[in-house]
Design a protein around this ligand. Structure first.
Ligand code: CMP
Length: 236
């Protein structure tokens, strides 16, 4: 089970039932629920503060709850038999995880760990069960969430076929930047490489090439995109 700390007082106050209700409403899974249903879920949950590196659960663990990211970033990762890691996703505020094991009845499909200081709302599966028994139509949103994940996964799979390491690295840098030109990379070099699906050396080489071309500068984890257009073209 996760080595978590209870929410700090500030986090608990910031996460009042009303603000948690609104955070839940922003998600695909709960967008269609009314205030009362959202309030039920918010009250049943508990807010947890996580230090960087805290593992919420491991792949294969028995499940019992799903999570909503309130702040920070959470990595979803799988490990190969020889201990290498594949980073499947980096989830930020407003994104849910831990719902798949509820829907398919298997154990956890991947590990979840905090990439930086983060807070999450943890909600027991019991609440989902109650919700879907009362309102089966709410399951449509779960279908939508899974279809959206499948689209992203399809895209990532195609990228490994269509794009070379430079293209995939360019794409990941743009993903991490969002619409900002300057950003703090939440991933270590190793984690970035495991997301790109290449060795650390090859990903470093790609970043070095972008620097030489004048598309990116970086100092440790602080990145600046200096030619977004060319980076975007390289990521296609
Ligand atoms: P669960 O299997 O309960 O635990 C691991 C969670 O990681 C899973 O639910 C999903 O919520 C999440 N997850 C698994 N694969 C992906 C993916 N490809 N993209 C985003 N999230 C994922």
């Amino acid at each position: 089970m996760a080595d978590t700390t209870p929410a700090t007082l500030e986090a608990a106050i910031a996460a009042s039932p009303a603000s948690l209700r609104e955070a839940l409403r922003e998600t695909i899974l709960f967008a269609e629920l009314d205030d009362e249903q959202l309030e039920h879920i918010a009250i049943a949950g508990s807010v947890m503060s996580l230090r960087r590196g805290v593992v919420l659960f491991e792949e294969g663990d028995e499940p019992g709850e799903f999570y909503l990211v309130l702040s920070g970033r959470v990595a979803i990762a799988q490990e190969s038999a020889d201990g290498r890691e594949s980073l499947l996703a980096v989830l930020g505020p407003g994104e849910l995880f831990g719902e798949m094991a509820f829907l398919d009845g298997y154990n956890r499909s991947a590990q979840a760990r905090a990439l930086e200081e983060s807070s999450v709302l943890m909600v027991p599966y019991e609440e989902l069960r109650r919700l879907y028994e009362d309102k089966p139509a709410a399951l449509w949103s779960a279908v939508q969430l899974l279809a959206r994940r499948l689209r992203t996964t399809d895209r990532a799979l195609s990228d490994t076929v269509f794009l070379d390491v430079m293209g995939r690295t360019a794409k990941r840098l743009l993903d991490m930047a969002g619409d900002r030109d300057e950003f703090e990379m939440p991933l270590t070099q190793e984690e970035l490489a495991s997301m790109v699906g290449a060795s650390r050396e090859r990903v470093n080489k790609a970043i070095h090439a972008f620097e030489k071309l004048g598309w990116v500068t970086h100092d440790q984890r602080r990145y600046k995109i200096t030619n977004r257009r060319n980076l975007e073209i390289r990521a296609r």
